[in-house]
Design a protein. Sequence first.
Length: 179
Amino acid sequence: MEVYLRIIADTQETVIRELRVKGSTTLLNLQQLTLPLFDLSEGEMGSFFYSTPDWDQGQEVPMFAMEDAMPSMENTTVEAFFKSTSHGLYVYNFLDMNIFYVEKTKTEEEEGFENFVLISSVGELPSREPSEPVGSAPGKDPSQMSEAEINALYGLDDLEPKKNTEENDEEDVHDDPYY
């Protein structure tokens, strides 16, 4: 069986890959085949998730099984994964959270000779330096950032206590009924 997939990156830019893969290919092999299509390097953890047509996340199929009977990417085929649904989510590198919407567009019973064929490619993922923290300004080294920039980066800028004048402090203390 041949399975046709459309993989859409969760980015502001339009980044889509359409491909044909043998149904007997494992999800782990599918990951290894598709990472270069998005210029992602190997070596990070990833998981597939079953999904509804509205892209609601369902049960996880992790990269490796923690128990013998547990499904994993290494023992789940593309055909088996898409037997009960036409939609799945794929998350790669849980620190960077590269999220992809994976949709089965059609199947064909007759298999071709190639295990994997890229049919079309649109757009590229935005480039990011490997050492660059998620959400940081491009090219900005965190060790060179001011305290205000770091607080803004991590959403801590509005957590600083409000400073009162001495006059306000005295009034606040005397107005406190528990003083």
